[in-house]
Design a protein around this ligand. Structure first.
Ligand SMILES: O=C(O)CCC(=O)C(=O)O
Ligand SMILES: [Fe+2]
Length: 292
């Protein structure tokens, strides 16, 4: 997939440049339920991610199970477990300073900085797909409805544009302020949803409580995004990273290994009262055969 640099997208939601820093970004997230971060990754990084996943997406099947088709809106491809297939994801995204600064700001005070990835995938909303069902990402865990209005933020999602994203090609729709709604209200009622139009590399960051949905794609082109959730290590990851081959894990930094749960979290995910990485004798930053 090639990226052309298009004109500035148009919506009314405040956008924050990535260099505004984690505090300003997290404050807007907490106030509004979501925030658009301009230039979260560079167009060059978005281009590399695309190149690394293009072949996988070409052969990847559409979602065909009825429940998935109903949930996602029909013509969708979703390739999960990105650390397995993308060097740029393992090296750039998992070591992204702003991502970690946001993680520390949100999870640091409550969970002593113990956070890891919930899921990391590429989502192709293909031509003709309908709108996704309105949902909150927290609903993947049965804990969420019990604690949504009392617990600290336990999960956040970055939706990173890997293609130019417009209302017409399926930009995500957000209900502003819905992170403070009653849990029973899970669809927009009075206020118009906000359409998050993005340039490649821009991201939407949302709370596990925010009601949103991928839009319908009425164009002839695929709308591609990377969805990456970060969550407290007190919650089980959605995707298991045990499937990543050990040499690939050992090529990663320690910080990246922690995000894919190949290292212990404080008091959790240990082996014989030992840190998992010590028990395994896990190495880090080793050269990976076949890597340039
Ligand atoms: O594709 C999108 O725009 C949103 C995807 C999403 O919200 C999800 O899969 O949870
Ligand atoms: Fe979602």
């Amino acid at each position: 997939m090639t990226i052309s640099m298009p004109p500035q997208p148009r919506d009314s939601h405040p956008r924050i440049p990535a260099n505004a820093g984690a505090d300003a970004i997290v404050q807007t997230l907490k106030d509004d339920g979501f925030v658009i971060i301009e230039g979260f990754i560079s167009p060059e990084q978005a281009g590399r991610l695309n190149e690394e996943v293009d072949g996988h997406m070409e052969t990847h099947p559409y979602i065909t199970k009825p429940v998935g088709k109903a949930m996602f809106g029909g013509l969708n491809k979703r390739r999960a477990n990105l650390p397995e297939i993308s060097k740029t994801f393992r090296e750039d995204i998992l070591n992204h300073e702003l991502l970690h600064a946001i993680g520390e700001t949100i999870f640091g005070p409550v969970h002593e900085g113990n956070y890891w990835i919930g899921a990391a995938g590429v989502l192709d909303r293909c031509p003709g797909t309908g709108q996704q069902l309105w949902h909150r990402d927290g609903s993947v865990t049965s804990l969420h409805p019990l604690v949504h209005d009392r617990a600290p933020l336990m999960m956040i999602t970055f939706l990173v544009a890997l293609s130019q994203t417009t209302k017409e090609n399926g930009a995500t729709l957000f209900c502003p302020g819905s992170h403070k709604w009653d849990i029973a209200q899970s669809e927009p009622v009075s206020e118009e949803p906000i359409v998050a139009e993005l340039r490649p590399g821009d991201a939407c960051l949302l709370s596990w409580n925010t009601v949103h949905a991928g839009g319908s794609n009425q164009t002839a082109h695929v709308r591609r995004a990377m969805a990456l959730s970060l969550q407290s290590t007190t919650m089980t990851p959605i995707e298991s990273s045990l499937i990543i081959p050990r040499p690939v894990v050992e090529s990663m930094t320690q910080r990246a290994q922690r995000l894919v749960a190949w290292r212990s979290a404080k008091y959790l995910w240990r082996a014989h009262y030992d840190d998992l990485e010590d028990h395994l004798g896990l190495k880090s930053e080793q050269p990976l055969e076949g890597d340039a």
